[in-house]
Design a protein around this ligand. Structure first.
Ligand code: CA
Ligand code: CA
Length: 145
């Protein structure tokens, strides 16, 4: 198990959680971040599996997005639920990954994750605007395995 205190500093973790909160203030969409220590053969398959394990399909509009980093494989994927995939194209996910990759290349893991969250939030806002009666359907936290 990767203990969160070994991975992000508490300041970094707060930065990520604040980015999730800020994004979710723009949209009804729900964003989570998951860090895996183990290597994945196929990053996207692993990401979808975690999406299901975290029960991220439990949103009314099926608009959950999981940002998943696999530390050993030095890879990451973003998976959006069917509500989102109906309205955004692959190029959106690719451009968001590019934004994140630019930060990761400079060793700025936290900044890359936050920029990714921000990019997803802005895109989701166009299709799933924040409503006054919004509820936080998925916890705003970083999870680990
Ligand atoms: Ca919400
Ligand atoms: Ca949330």
């Amino acid at each position: 198990m990767t203990k969160k205190e070994n991975f992000f500093s508490s300041k970094e973790e707060i930065q990520i959680i604040n980015a999730i909160k800020a994004a979710e203030n723009m949209t009804s969409g729900e964003i989570r971040v998951h860090i895996s220590e183990k290597a994945d053969k196929d990053s996207m398959v692993a990401t979808q599996k975690i999406f299901h394990e975290l029960r991220m399909f439990n949103t009314r509009e099926r608009n959950g997005v999981l940002i998943h980093l696999s530390i050993s494989s030095k890879s990451f994927s973003i998976f959006g639920d069917e509500g989102i995939n109906k309205v955004v194209g692959q190029e959106f996910w690719d451009s968001t990954k590019d934004i994140m990759q630019n930060h990761f290349c400079k060793g700025d893991l936290t900044g890359g994750i936050c920029e990714g969250i921000n990019s997803v939030g802005e895109k989701l806002r166009d299709f799933f605007p924040y409503k006054k009666d919004d509820i936080d359907e998925l916890p705003n936290e970083v999870s680990y395995d």
